[in-house]
Design a protein around this ligand. Structure first.
Ligand code: NAI
Length: 457
């Protein structure tokens, strides 16, 4: 099965390491045809955009891409190519393997973790507001379809890679609704994969365990923000960003790239270490099902590192070309008897859709009003009663108002005393406004009692 792969050589050290990786993959005899496409700083200078539509179309057409680093100007200039690719192709999973490498000095020699980070939702949806000049709000968005997609991918990947354990990392003890939903989707999905051991851990404990006993973890799945932080922690365990690969995966399309940047300080000097991009290339080969080619490269790279042939950043004195040649020289010959049909990680057709709550019922509203002190809002409005006023999530009363630090946004919770519709909420807003209060934000509340679909804190 011939596979066409889009190659984005990027800029800075990008072209040097891209050429090295291509040469090594080609030396394995992997049936890959490369199609180069432009992206990055040079492309920006040439075409006025760092990511032309044509490049996106080529990536979409070939479905698999290997991307070398691209420079993002700080403060001015164009946006990050990585973010643009991730967003425009809806690459919802960021997969970062962290495996100890021989010859790369770190505290641990036995790390072998596949970390899957949700790549689209959470606080990264970028939905932020200044409620008043003193109060900023960032919404943490976790959805059932988004969580199901990441869980499906994680379990399918774990199975295809012969992994044994999948651990969901969360903070559902505090973020009961958002991380709670993420964890619920994990537990539901785990039932379909009885061959994999599924468990979960709170993110702070996960960090502590990772820096004390990292070998206990196998596959980990995290929401976006924790994934961002914990994936760099894992990279630190195996020698830093210079040897950290990654893949951005969507339902159809996957783009693999090194975690490090374009290293302009060493560009063009022949010093760049191609390891991280090579590991991304290995990950890409596994993704498309060429496991045998992937494992031969991995073996050869390990042998080269063990023999002491390393680039300067790893404490050696080999050039990019010398390191590349050493790996190719160590490549075991292809054993045709070992050949297996490619077994790509397939999952896109299995993503299920959301199951909305059947008893979804409007029961009240939270109106956020601006006030320097405890606001004297109406206690009864039509079908509603004022149940609570809170500030920064803490209930405020006349008694405790002087004991806690108050900011100028108060949440006034009005609960319905009879059946209501959205029209009734307008009465609340009208009355609160007529009473002279400025409001900047409203959240409707659904389902009372034990099934409350809102936070009671
Ligand atoms: P960087 O990762 O490019 O460099 C940091 C340090 O690590 C430098 O001293 C560099 O020489 C060294 N280094 C990085 N990769 C190396 C390699 N393969 N071999 C040997 N040494 C290596 O980070 P920096 O300097 O913050 O960013 C440079 C540019 O790269 C910026 O424009 C940034 O926006 C962009 N960038 C691009 C990324 C991508 O395309 N995936 C990711 C991160 C940054």
């Amino acid at each position: 099965m011939q596979q066409t792969v889009t190659l984005l050589k990027g800029d800075g050290i990008g072209p040097e390491i891209a050429d090295a990786v291509r040469e090594i993959i080609d030396a394995t005899g992997a049936p890959i045809t490369w199609e180069e496409a432009e992206a990055g700083l040079d492309c920006y200078h040439k075409h006025g955009t760092p990511l032309p539509q044509e490049t996106l179309e080529i990536i979409k057409h070939n479905k698999v891409a290997l991307k070398s680093p691209t420079t993002t100007p700080v403060g001015t200039g164009h946006k990050s190519v990585n973010v643009a690719i991730r967003k425009s192709l809806d690459l919802f999973a960021n997969v970062r393997p962290a495996k100890s490498l021989p010859g790369v000095h770190t505290r641990y020699s036995n790390v072998d973790i596949w970390l899957v980070r949700e790549n689209v939702e959470d606080t990264y949806a970028g939905i932020e507001y200044m409620q008043t000049p003193d109060v900023a709000q960032s919404l943490k968005i976790i959805t059932r379809p988004g969580s199901e997609a990441i869980m499906r991918y994680t379990f399918e990947m774990a199975r295809a890679m012969n992994r044994k354990r999948v651990t969901c990392v969360h903070k559902a003890n505090i973020h009961k609704m958002s991380d709670g939903l993420f964890l619920e989707c994990f537990r539901e999905m785990a039932k379909e994969y009885p061959d994999l051991h599924a468990d979960d851990i709170i993110v702070d404990n996960a960090c502590m365990q990772l820096v004390t006993k990292p070998e206990q973890f196998d596959v980990m799945v995290l929401p976006n923000l924790y994934g961002d932080i914990v994936s760099d922690l894992c990279a630190g365990l195996i020698g830093g960003l210079g040897v950290a690969p990654g893949g951005n995966i969507g339902t159809e399309i996957a783009v693999f790239e090194a975690v490090h940047g374009s290293a302009p300080d060493i560009a063009g000097k022949g010093l760049a270490n191609p390891t991280a991009l090579l590991l991304s290339g290995i990950q890409m080969l596994q993704h498309i099902g060429f496991y045998e080619h992937a494992s031969r490269i991995e073996d050869a790279m390990r042998l080269a590192l063990v023999s002491g042939i390393k680039t300067r950043d790893l404490g050696g004195n080999a050039s990019t070309k010398e390191f590349t040649r050493a790996i190719i020289a160590e490549l075991p010959k292809q054993d045709d008897s070992e050949y297996h049909e490619p077994n790509p990680i397939r999952y896109s057709n299995k993503i299920t859709t959301s199951k909305p709550k059947t008893d979804w019922k409007l029961v009240g509203t939270d109106v956020f009003v601006q006030s320097a002190t405890l606001p004297d809002v109406p206690t009864r409005i039509g079908k509603f009663e004022l149940q609570q006023i809170a500030n920064r999530g803490t209930a405020v009363t006349k008694e405790n108002a002087h004991d806690i630090l108050l900011v100028d946004v108060f949440r006034c919770r009005y609960m319905a005393t009879e059946d209501i519709t959205e029209m009734d909420i307008l009465d609340v807003l009208r009355e609160v406004t007529s009473a002279g209060w400025k409001w900047m934000h409203v959240e409707n509340l659904h389902n009372a009692g034990k099934n409350a679909a809102y936070s009671k804190a």
